[in-house]
Design a protein around this ligand. Sequence first.
Ligand code: PA5
Length: 447
Amino acid sequence: MKLSIEKSKQFVPAETLERLAACSAPANELLESGKGAGNDFLGWVHLPSSITGEFLAEVQATADLLREKCEVVVVAGIGGSYLGARAVNEALASSFDAILPKRKDPIVVYAGNNIGEDYLADLFEILKKKTFGIINISKSGTTTETALAFRLLKTLLEEKVGKEEARKLIVAVTDARKGALRTLATQEGYKTFVIPDNVGGRFSVLTPVGLIAIAAAGHDIKKLVQGAADMEKALGTDVPYAKNLAAQYAVMRNALYQFGKKTEILVNFNPRLHYFAEWWKQLYGESEGKDRKGIFPASVDFTTDLHSMGQWIQDGERSIFETVISVKKPIRKVEIPSDNENLDGLNFLAGKRVDEVNKMAELGTQLAHVDGGVPNLKIEIDKLDEYNLGQLIYFFERACGISGYMLGVNPFNQPGVEAYKKNMFALLNKPGYEAESKAMKKRLLGK
Ligand code: PA5
């Protein structure tokens, strides 16, 4: 993996970069020493290097069981209990995975990440005609979106195959001891995996939260973990700033933020990375957006969004910077044919691969946006495979921890996500929320 920050340097004074670079080492050190805010959630820091082959084999065996028995695997989870698995699965799969004619792998679909009635009805209509299993993921076990979807999915599965068989097709990933899902799983005898106490949702993709669903989709979790473990070594406190890519990224984004660049846009030129950006948005948004501070993490898929958001980025308010994930080599090959009539005027591209055109779009966009006053950071990976994704995941996690500490926030809590839940429970008259319900009714009546 390579990080290039050259095309951002002109937007911040060199002294700022030097000052912040000096702060990055103590911030990185806090992740090791555990003396910083949120230090009870640092289990992800050495997670990749501590995953054993035995543990991966257990995850794989569970995934294989679902793979043998199911045409569809439904992953029920939301936020940190969902985005990592989807990010990796979509980055590694055919963009047309769901309609591949001959499949050896089950189709992995997602539920419990919204409360759309049509979404659930559409899903159940398909599931009625397929063999399916469920991976239910919830650390708290009480998240409404996930619990609701699971209740419906479980009912459907039990109706279809009977209670006994359904039990074998359900995997629960949850807290070791507490929560409604733990109780339910113990009572029903589901195969369970533990979400470590000291790993928060958005840092949990390399725990069973992400690994089972990724293995169920047919991807190599050993290589994913290996990539992350190698990156863990490359970003440690013993690695100096000049070589520490996570520190460099954290420094540059904090410098840009201090000079008015309040929004970071994660850019890809490969549609398979759409959900990777969704994962990244949660990681940075939930970690840094607090105490009335934090870069707003946004994302675009290029060149698609150059035809919509391109105008704003080129020419709108100069409060943004871009971080491009550039994939050096495509997995597949498509060559542009020559055409005798050349009515579309595209013969100048004949013989080239589609990716050559994409790369020129990428370079042209970078130059145009930098000319237009948009600082540009580029992260280059060799190809979209498990190893490189593992590297990218750990890189962004480590940089996020460093960056959050440099910003002066606790990067590992998320107090802000409770507000909507409290209102929703009050509106739904959830037991225990009587006082809030009463206050809510008064408020809505304008009293
Ligand atoms: O990062 C987080 O903590 C959140 O996004 C949670 O992962 C999300 O709310 C789901 O929570 P749970 O796993 O308890 O169902």
